[in-house]
Design a protein. Structure first.
Length: 166
């Protein structure tokens, strides 16, 4: 199964543990599971870089920019992850605009879109976005046409992925 990981799931690669219950050991376990092909978007590289800079400036993490860059390089060069370029879908933006109408984070909207068109599952911590998507008939119809078996995997990935269309 193909899984696109939201950026939050990638932070442990640079030794940043997030508060939602996802750690480096969780990521290591996922990487060892041969049932999954793991994907990330090039947008996540940008998001990791900018959020890490903000956390460094706020003194919330004690990492150097070299450590951040090395972590990003390890993701880019990993044989366990495959990259999806967001710009390859630049001219298919109507549904992304529809997603943006209901959710304020443009990167999350783009990642969700990329997951639907490229993968079987989107792993995300953003339950608010998922809830809004489930009530939007335009987006649900689009998912049904593009990828009717698409699933969402939430939080620490302990439960089975949830089918978005019922």
């Amino acid at each position: 199964m193909k899984i696109l990981l939201d950026t939050s799931y990638l932070f442990p690669l640079i030794d940043i543990e997030i508060n939602e219950g996802w750690t480096k050991s969780h990521l290591a376990r996922l990487l060892k599971n041969e049932s999954y092909n793991l994907y990330y978007s090039d947008l996540s590289l940008f998001e990791i870089f900018t959020k890490s800079m903000r956390l460094i400036l706020q003194n919330k993490i004690n990492l150097s920019m070299d450590q951040i860059q090395n972590g990003i390089s390890s993701l880019i060069n990993s044989s366990k992850f495959q990259k999806i370029n967001w710009w390859e879908h630049l001219f298919e933006s109507e549904i992304i605009l529809e997603l943006r109408k209901i959710h304020s984070d443009s990167i999350d909207c783009e990642l969700f879109y990329l997951a639907v068109v490229n993968c079987d599952i989107f792993a995300t911590f953003d339950k608010t976005m998922v809830k809004k998507i489930k009530t939007n008939s335009i987006i649900l119809d689009w998912i049904n046409n593009v990828n009717p078996n698409f699933r969402i995997w939430k939080k620490n990935l302990q439960k089975k992925p949830e089918k978005i269309l019922i």
